[in-house]
Design a protein around this ligand. Sequence first.
Ligand SMILES: N[C@@H](CCC(=O)N[C@@H](CS)C(=O)NCC(=O)O)C(=O)O
Length: 273
Amino acid sequence: MYSEHKFLRLAKKMELYYFWKSEYSSMVRLVLLEFYSHTVTLHEVDLTKHEQLQPFFCHINPSMQIPTLVVSSSKVITESVNISKYIVPKNGWTDKAEEMIQRIAALPMYQITYGYTDEPELKKKQFLQTLFKERPTVMKNILLSNSSLSEDMKQNYANRIRIYETEMIEQMSDPVIVQHCWKKIDEFLVWLEQQLSKLEDPILGVIENQFSVADCHLIPIVARIISLEREHLISQKPKLYQWWKQMQKRDSFRKVFDKKCETHPNDSNCFCK
Ligand SMILES: N[C@@H](CCC(=O)N[C@@H](CS)C(=O)NCC(=O)O)C(=O)O
C-alpha cells in the first residue's frame, strides 16, 4: 500500500534514484564517483517498467524524473545540473564548466532518443516508442486506482499527462523535428571540436585540458549518440574522438558503464549504451 512517508522517513544518508540507461543519471553517477568520497545508496528506478510514475516516487520528485538525490529527510534535489552543483566543491564549478554544462543541458536528448528520422529507424525504435506512448495511460490508471492521492499529487499527474500528450509526443513523432534536433546536436559537436582543438595533446578534459565536472556531463551524451548508431558524428572529429578514448580509461567510466553494450554486443572494448 502506498504511503507518502515510506521513503522520506528512512533517508539517513544520501540516496540517488537513477536508471542505468538514463544519460542524466549517468552524469550524476560520474560526478559522485569523481567528486564525492562518501557512500551513496543507489536505488534503481526502472523506466522500462514505468517505476518513475509510481506514487511513491512522484511523492519524492513530483516531476517524476530521474536522477533524484535525497540528501536528508527534508531535502530532495532534482535536475542533474542542480545535483552536480550540490556535490562538486565551489572551486570545481568554474564559469567555463557552467557554460559547458548549460549547453549540454539544452541538447534535445529525448527527441533524438525516442524520435526517428526515417522508417528503418522507426522499426528499430518500436520498443522505445511504445514505452513512451504508454506513460500517459499508466498515469491515468494510477489516478483511477488511487483514490487516496492528495490533491497536489493528482495535479502533478495531470500536469505530467498533459506534457506527454502535447509537446513531448509531437516532437518525437515528427521526423522533420527529430532531424532538426540531430542538426543541433552536430552543431554542438562541431563547436566542441573547435574548443578541443585549442587544447594541447593529449586531451585530458573538455575544459582547460583537465578532467572536470563538465566531462562528467559530456560523457553520457557521447555514449548516447553512439548508442543511437551515430558514432561517425564523434569518430569523424579527431580531437573529440581522442577525448572520448581518454574518458573511457577512467575508473568512474567503467563503473557507470558496466552493462554490456547493446549496439556493439561483441565488442568487449565498447562501453556505449
Ligand atoms: N532535465 C532533467 C532531465 C531528466 C530526464 O529527462 N530524465 C529522464 C531519464 S533520462 C526521465 O526520468 N524520464 C522519465 C519520464 O520522463 O517519465 C535533468 O537534467 O535531470
